[in-house]
Design a protein around this ligand. Sequence first.
Ligand SMILES: *Cc1c(COP(=O)(O)O)cnc(C)c1O
Length: 414
Amino acid sequence: MTLDTKNKSTLHESVGSLVYTDDVLTWAGRNVNELADELGSTPFYVYDRNHMTQRVAEFRKIMPEKLSLHYAMKANPMPEVVKHMASVVDGLDVASGGELSVALKTSIDAKDISFAGPGKRDAELKSAIESNVTINVESETEMRRIASFGDSLGIRPHVAIRVNPMYEIRTAGMKMGGRPSQFGIDAERVPAAIAELATYDIDFRGFHVFSGSQNLRADTIVESLEKTTDLVIELAATSRTPISYVNLGGGIGIPYFPGDKRVDLNLIAPAFHSAIERFSAALGQVEPIIELGRYLVGESGIFVSRIIDIKISRGTKFVICDGGLNNHLAASGNFGQVIRKNYPVVAVNHSEKSELVTVVGPLCTPLDLLGNKMLLQDLSVGALIAILQSGAYGASSSPSSFLSHPACKEILVG
Ligand SMILES: *Cc1c(COP(=O)(O)O)cnc(C)c1O
């Protein structure tokens, strides 16, 4: 079969070129077979430190200097990754008390840490207040709890209002805004919330608006930014105190599937320039922030697992691996995908031949499907496969205790 070239070209389009040295996949400058031997067990994730650094540098080069870049930790909360990201970005966004404690151990100042997310527990709010981070409030009741904890602790909390906008961004992979939501305070109620905030001993810093994840379309990113800019300026006008903080959320996507095109930052940078100009004209000194997760780390990681068995059932060749949806839920299509599509999967050992196979994990559920009828290079029991684009929403977003397999390792190299 001459399917190999086709396989390579679809891969190239979505994820760029891969490096094989002596016919073995190299990641972060390391031979993946050797890495597996050193780690002593599969499956595992390997993240490329330099890739993350470069991604941040490229972003900063193209985007306005005045735009602060924060890392949204939940995309990859591995402490070494967070520590590294902290050394190259301006701030961190956390979504739980657990993430907050990791963030506080990095080089990032508390004033550059923001804490978003619905359902913050009392203890989480108290530690956020005590550590002086900015809390993005998700509801009026949360705002009242923050006010009362601030009073009892004798500390003035720093707060931004997360706004649930009235518009909806249609092409975003995960939609937020325009509809009832557990995230943020509905835009139409924000003026009243600001007025109530002013009656408390709270430092009201500004707004947080996050309208969706995995957005690959420059035009919708621009449209969403323009609407967010209008909204923030309009809401800020209702505050009697000046605002200093505008968190524009995250959500820039990365290509996963054939046909996905990466976002050209040059197409969105001018809109960020004009948003920043509008903010400073209307609001004076404000810090505009973008908080990215997936875009900064998603392409830096691969997930490696070992082939345990190969079988043919009624004409379909199944490749059965030791890592499944318990380690990589997103690759199985069960983490926010509407129509299941294959993540890019490659053999770690290069060969000229390829075959049409179905790649599955070891779990006793048909959901544990990692590659449906895809072309893979010559495979054998004991060989390794790698799932690309796995640096974000991987290990920590997977149900690792499902079926009680051993924990999967993660390493940061480079
Ligand atoms: C998850 C999250 C992000 C990051 O989203 P990405 O799509 O990974 O960029 C940013 N901000 C908040 C509040 C989040 O919850």
